[in-house]
Design a protein around this ligand. Structure first.
Ligand code: FAS
Ligand code: PHB
Length: 389
């Protein structure tokens, strides 16, 4: 099989890149390890930056998002009962869209099917060959048969545990990492959200996040030790913990109910440089991971697609390699800014094992400063709604 761009990974970054390239007349093949059902069963991000919303609309997959998504003009950061509203609209003129990553991925699959895109599910043992040459190709096994896909370029959109990043020789890669000593226990429940806007809660009992998917589907997270397992957490224990972190008037009035999804995600900050090796380009989680505290993971993947899609169109349609030569440096500039914001939000809101009372006071002082400084709130708002591409 031959194509112009081989895309490893059929998650949001791979599908969005394929969608935009196909609409520009560039041929792609998406190779995805899992079944479509499995990809769509993942509960991940919930907040789309302003730039992501624009890109999805321009890619022709904004209709359902605009019908079913919820624009949010602000969110809250709290310190016990102190509630600080960050008014995105007043401070930046922009807002974010609450619309689950699962739905974005579903919309992408629907759009790709409508275009007749080639998405191969269930591939195994994917190997990228001759990435550092003018004739790369990808080998993979499908239903027991070894296959070969010849291509002009390869986009590694296969997430943190994929093979693309590791295709770049170890002596070329520069990796930066911070693993946090806690995880997020997430619960999805068919309940009315605790508040009409998101609440990022710092408290004496740890961090919690009250989010949602719609007015009858709530998404909550609490900080848990890395040693905890989902089986350690009954619904009752989860709701008690969540309530102990939220402002009391929110906790007292919130609706609880059975969890329909419960999972623990570890938190890490990670960047692998460079994003390019010959004709291989890394995109999204294949290149970087952020703690979800800043709602940046999915949005950074979209940001990479923003920089890469035009570069590939230019080189394939006009022979202009300027964009692909600049991709890694350009994308990394924005990646590091989001990395910083996500790290700052995480350190500002979470309790760290063994921290002293001074650290707790610094968190309180930061939140109090936010409550009293419009400048501080504007800085947070500008980062949260998404810095310019
Ligand atoms: P993805 O990991 O989504 O997709 C990669 C795809 O490649 C997968 O479908 C995988 O099956 C496939 N693949 C892997 N190896 C392969 C191989 N060898 N061959 C072929 N295919 C292969 N972000 C937020 O903003 N907010 C959140 O709350 C949030 N929560 C998260 C919770 C969890 C448990 C995880 C893991 C991530 C979370 N994220 C969150 C981040 C997440 O949303 C990612 O940023 C987003 O999925 C990135 O998209 P992709 O780069 O497409 O990677
Ligand atoms: C979510 O709704 O899943 C969500 C929202 C904001 C975050 C992280 C997760 O920062």
């Amino acid at each position: 099989m031959k194509t112009e761009v081989a895309i490893i990974g059929g998650g949001p970054s791979g599908l969005l890149l394929s969608q935009i390239l196909n609409r520009a007349g560039v041929a792609t093949v998406v190779l995805e390890r899992s079944s479509r059902e499995h990809v769509l069963s993942r509960i991940r991000a919930g907040v789309l930056e302003a730039g992501t919303v624009t890109m999805l609309r321009e890619a022709g997959i904004g209709d359902r998002m605009d019908r079913e998504g919820h624009p949010h003009e602000g969110c809250f950061l709290t310190d016990d009962d102190l509630m600080v509203r960050i008014n995105f609209k007043d401070l930046t003129g922009a807002s974010v869209m609450v619309y689950g990553q699962t739905e974005v991925t579903r919309d992408l699959y629907t759009a790709q099917d409508a275009l007749g895109a080639t998405i191969v599910h269930g591939v195994e043992d994917v190997v990228i060959q001759d990435a550092y040459s003018d004739a790369p190709y990808v080998e993979y096994t499908l239903d027991g048969t070894r296959m070969r896909l010849d291509c002009m370029y390869v986009a590694g959109c296969d997430g943190f545990h994929g093979i693309s990043r590791k295709t770049i020789p170890a002596h070329i890669r520069r990796e930066f990492e911070r693993v946090y000593p806690f995880g997020w226990l997430g619960v999805l429940s068919r309940t009315r959200p605790a508040h009409e806007e998101l609440i990022y809660a710092n408290s004496a009992n740890g961090f919690a996040l009250a989010s949602m998917r719609n007015q009858t589907l709530s998404r909550y997270y609490v900080q848990v030790p890395l040693t905890d397992k989902v089986a350690d957490w009954s619904d009752a224990r989860f709701w008690n913990k969540l309530r102990s972190c939220l402002p009391s008037d929110v906790a007292d009035s919130m609706e609880t109910g059975p969890s329909i999804e419960k999972s623990i995600a570890p938190l890490r900050s990670f960047v692998s440089e460079p994003l390019r090796w010959g004709r291989l380009f890394l995109v999204g989680d294949a290149a970087h991971i952020v703690p979800p505290t800043g709602a940046k993971g999915l949005n950074l993947a979209v940001s990479d697609v923003h920089y890469l899609h035009q570069a590939l169109i230019d080189v394939l349609k006009k022979g202009d390699a300027t964009g692909i030569d600049a991709y890694s440096e350009r994308a990394l500039l924005r990646i590091w800014k989001a990395m910083r914001f996500s790290w700052q939000m995480t350190t500002m809101l979470h309790q760290f094992d063994g921290e002293d009372s001074f650290a707790a006071q610094m968190r309180k002082a930061t939140l109090r400063h936010l409550s009293q400084s419009e400048t501080a709130r504007r800085d947070l708002a500008e980062n949260y709604i998404g810095l310019p591409f």
